[in-house]
Design a protein around this ligand. Structure first.
Ligand SMILES: Cc1ncc(COP(=O)(O)O)c(C=O)c1O
Length: 389
């Protein structure tokens, strides 16, 4: 029997278990205390009414012979692919509709897309990073370069990865790549035959003039795959849907990665539910857009409460403006875990210690803006009361 022994090389994901355990112990000792949950990476607001109506429509379609859908194309429902294509066109990005693959979410794709690459490929992960990037590659036994290049990392000419992960807006730091830095990565990847996996799960939070897609950058179609999600854009974390762009211009070792991915999808999946894809169509209507943007505005207001509090007490941070996360430097030289305990015990605020996203985050802490607005406002007040000298 030969099993994949690389699973034994995975680090225990003790972070969230540890947080849950500490919160449980605290709550048992203080059953009447309200907790302020600023650790969550999940949305808290419901789906937009237009999406709900379209989901219902999808169900009704399946009830009638004339509108019933059986298997759909594995690569996605064509009207949804066209809606995505139009959205990019409105941003000045010309995409071939065949390069858009509807998926059941970014997480699924971040794992599945690795099938295109050899297990000997060397992977660069810029840390702090979304932990799934590391784990998905450890499972396959790939060599990982843990790259600590600061908040806006630039390529290092001495390192030669085959695969480069870029997450922008970033989880956990909330920072966004500028066009200039992204162009450096695109040029680097093209010059070294590397492939960039660009995770744009949080692009809906960008409000400044910053790139929402790597395909805004000249040369990206010959070196990048973009992975997108409706989870944080439109609250689809539990509903599940996303899409991936694999440009047909992306060729490595005489293999067209787009054609490989078509072959992969048509073999390894039968696509995503018609009902969910029908629901997602509403994300792109004028009314639907207004509705999910109103939800994003709520999360952005949460970010403002927290940023104002941090500004008042003089804690340095990045993020919050173009992303739903704030990445702060723990005060007084505390580690993330020490700050976690301090906030939990003193003001009942729950955040995430930075080391959960890589060793370089030991003295950092992540606050999420997806929580309840009243709780987030109160958490801001509590932070000020606790930390104001
Ligand atoms: C950076 C990043 N990519 C991908 C995902 C997963 O998205 P999905 O819900 O589409 O699987 C998350 C979820 O938190 C994330 O933070």
């Amino acid at each position: 029997m030969k099993i994949n022994h690389h699973y034994s090389e995975l680090q225990d994901s003790y972070l969230f278990a540890n947080i849950a355990q500490k919160v449980k112990v605290y709550q048992e000792a203080h059953p009447d205390q309200h907790m302020y949950r600023m650790g969550i990476g999940d949305v808290s607001l419901p789906l937009a009414p237009s999406v709900i109506a379209a989901l219902h429509q999808g169900v009704d379609d399946q009830a009638h012979q004339e509108t019933f859908h059986g298997y759909l194309p594995e690569v996605g429902y064509q009207p949804l692919r066209e809606a995505i294509q139009n959205e990019y066109a409105a941003q000045g990005i010309d995409l071939d509709v065949n390069d858009i693959f509807v998926s059941s979410g970014a997480s699924d794709e971040l794992g599945d897309i690795l099938h295109l690459f050899d297990r000997d490929a060397v992977v660069m992960i810029m840390e702090p990073a979304y932990p799934a990037y590391v784990d998905a590659n450890v499972m396959d036994g790939r060599k990982i370069i843990h790259y600590d290049g600061g908040v806006l990392p630039k390529p290092d000419p001495d390192l030669h990865p085959d695969l480069i992960y870029i997450c922008s807006p970033n989880n956990p730091t909330g920072s966004v790549m500028t066009r200039e830095v992204l162009k450096e990565w695109v040029d680097f990847a093209n010059a070294t035959d590397a492939v960039i996996i660009f995770d744009a799960a949080y692009k809906a939070f960008i409000e400044e003039d910053l790139p929402k897609s790597i395909f805004e950058i000249e040369g990206a179609k010959t070196c990048a795959i973009e992975i997108c999600s409706f989870s944080k854009t439109a609250g689809f974390t539990g509903t599940r849907l996303g899409y991936t762009i694999v440009p047909h211009e992306l060729v490595r070792e005489d293999m067209v990665l787009h054609d490989m991915w078509v072959r992969n999808r048509t073999t390894r999946t039968n696509g995503v539910s018609y009902i969910i894809q029908r629901g997602a169509m509403a994300i792109f209507t004028e009314q639907g857009k207004k509705e999910w943007q109103a939800n994003i505005a709520v999360y952005k207001q949460n970010a403002k409460y927290l940023m104002a509090a941090l500004d008042e007490v003089g804690i340095t941070y990045v993020g919050g403006k173009n992303a739903p996360y704030i990445w702060l430097d723990c005060p007084n030289g505390m580690t993330g875990w020490e700050f976690f305990d301090y906030l939990l015990n003193e003001v009942q605020i729950i955040g995430t210690p930075g080391e959960g996203f890589g060793a370089c985050g030991e003295h950092n802490f992540r606050l999420s803006c997806f929580g309840d607005p009243e709780d987030t406002k109160e958490a801001g007040r509590r932070l000020v009361a606790l930390l104001k000298k």
